[in-house]
Design a protein around this ligand. Structure first.
Ligand code: SAH
Length: 483
């Protein structure tokens, strides 16, 4: 270890920054965040620093650095672009035994500032000993994505109970079990969601009953349209905490890979007609598992509240007093639109977009036709593939021009995505000709004419229609604007 890591207390401590430019400004901000009393020495100040000096947030000593200015300082930072000045600052501080940092110059520094992830009071510092700061920043970026924004709140909340927990659970082991059950359970999630009053009540109850059992909860999580890169940070984190996961056919195997290895995996269904478990049984299974103290992940394709029956599932949970949380996901319409290069709204084509489901009542498709056939809008149909023929016919029958562009997007956002583009009159035949299978979405409206033009998908030449498939040469990691 070339440098010894410590965290310094700087509240009200006098600190000196030499230099008045952008680099100095960054250091000033950091030191201010730690509560230091700052003096800045420089002939001129960058506007923002000048503003701080005017507001009394720092003291400006106008002019050049002189050795006696280091006296009495707790920390000294040299942030000028002149090496002689920086060296003089370093010499002066070292002569007085004061820690000094010269920005980007480990040789002249007696301490270095790490890259930090700040979830105060939780702070993570990363250093490569000044050798490869870019690497430290890359590590920091990874940590930023792993550590939830609410961890600071959680740390403050937990610290507030520290003494009482210590008094209640004398044994170190019991204390650890207690904190683990708290920090990895629904109570912690509630704090991070800003619901501290409920968490406080739960904490009081646990302390009163010396309860260190894990508490169960259900997380209804949107897994997005299939591409694992489109998960949210929150979804991923909950997936890695779960004790049991309930998933259905729409959840891609690549996504299940990301669930904690030793979580129990329960397949609950459903292809269109073949329901593996009736909805009611799924709901009750979740209740039972959560009551056993397990953290249950209900993983849903797309978004749980968009044609996902999320509403029904949480109703049952609420009736049984099971804590739950809903995590939104990218719905397949949004995924398909981006990855097929079909903007759902567009100044020249559509001022609104409607999501509907191909749903039959009394043998015919029951939809609000006058609304759906109005011009200047886009309609996206979920679960419409098997009735595509009747659907397109109904659009035409209700007044939508037969040559309105229409597309079907199969396995949207995944490496298997195909987009077939036609019109209301040709789409049904194209769907059978190309053997389009579920999951697939139908998009109707003049925005569809932009398909392909705005995506990296390759058009197959000499086809009577546009059928676009992922171009193997340009890795399908997103819609990157290549044609
Ligand atoms: N809650 C989901 C929708 C569930 S309904 C969401 O927000 O996306 C199931 C329907 O979603 C399927 O019939 C299909 O129309 C659509 N769908 C889901 N994933 C899809 C995908 N990757 N590509 C195309 N359509 C998809």
């Amino acid at each position: 270890m070339d440098f010894f890591p410590i965290f310094l207390k700087l509240q009200e401590a006098p600190c000196l920054v030499v230099g008045g430019g952008e680099v100095a400004l960054r250091k000033v901000r950091l030191l201010q965040a730690a509560g230091a009393r700052l003096t800045v020495v420089a002939p001129q100040l960058a506007p923002e620093l000048a503003g701080m000096a005017d507001a009394g947030a720092l003291t400006w000593r106008e002019g050049v650095f002189e050795a006696d200015m280091a006296a009495g300082q707790r920390l000294v930072v040299a942030a000028t672009n002149q090496r002689e000045v920086n060296r003089a600052v370093s010499d002066a501080a070292q002569a007085l035994g004061i820690p000094v940092n010269v920005v980007d110059d480990p040789e002249l520094s007696t301490y270095i500032t790490p890259a930090i992830v700040d979830r105060s009071p939780l702070v993570i510092a990363v250093s490569t000993g000044g050798g490869v700061p870019v690497l430290a920043r890359l590590v920091r970026a990874r940590l930023e994505s792993l550590i939830p924004a609410g961890f600071g709140q959680l740390a403050r909340f937990a610290a507030g109970f520290r003494d009482r927990v210590k008094a209640r659970f004398g044994e170190v082991e019991a204390r650890r079990a207690f904190w683990e059950s708290v920090l990895e359970g629904p109570l912690a999630e509630a704090v991070m969601n800003g619901d501290e009053s409920m968490a406080r009540q739960d904490m009081e109850r646990r302390l009163a009953e010396a309860d260190d059992r894990p508490s169960g909860a259900v997380y209804l999580v949107g897994a997005g349209p299939g591409n694992p890169d489109l998960l949210t940070f929150r979804a991923l984190r909950l997936m890695q905490q779960a004790d049991a996961v309930l998933f259905d056919n729409l959840v891609a195997p690549e996504l299940l890979e990301l669930v904690r290895r030793d979580a129990e995996r329960i397949h609950v269904g459903k292809s269109r007609a073949n329901h593996t478990l009736p909805q009611e049984d799924i709901n009750l299974l979740m209740v039972r598992l959560a009551k056993e103290g397990r953290r249950v992940l209900r993983l849903k394709g797309g978004d749980p509240f968009t044609f996902g029956r999320g509403g029904e599932e949480i109703e049952t949970l609420a009736e049984h007093g099971v804590p739950f949380e809903v995590v939104p996901g990218i719905t397949s319409a949004n995924g398909a639109a981006s990855y097929a290069g079909i903007p759902l709204t567009h100044r020249d084509h559509a001022q609104s977009v409607t999501f509907v489901t191909g749903h039959k009542k009394d043998g015919s498709i029951s939809l609000d036709w006058p609304a759906l056939t109005r011009p200047d809008q886009t309609v996206v149909v979920y679960m419409g593939l098997t009735m595509a023929g009747e659907l397109c016919e109904a659009f035409i029958h209700n007044g939508k021009p037969a040559d309105t562009p229409a597309a079907v997007v199969e396995w949207a956002t995944t490496a298997r995505q195909r987009t077939v583009v036609g019109t209301l009159s040709t789409l049904p035949a194209l769907i059978s000709a190309y053997d389009v299978a579920s999951p697939a979405l139908i998009i109707i409206g003049s925005v569809v004419s932009l398909a392909g033009k705005l995506s990296w998908y390759r058009r197959i030449e000499n086809e009577p229609v546009t059928i676009a498939v992922p171009d193997a040469a340009s890795a399908p990691t997103g819609n990157q604007g290549r044609v």
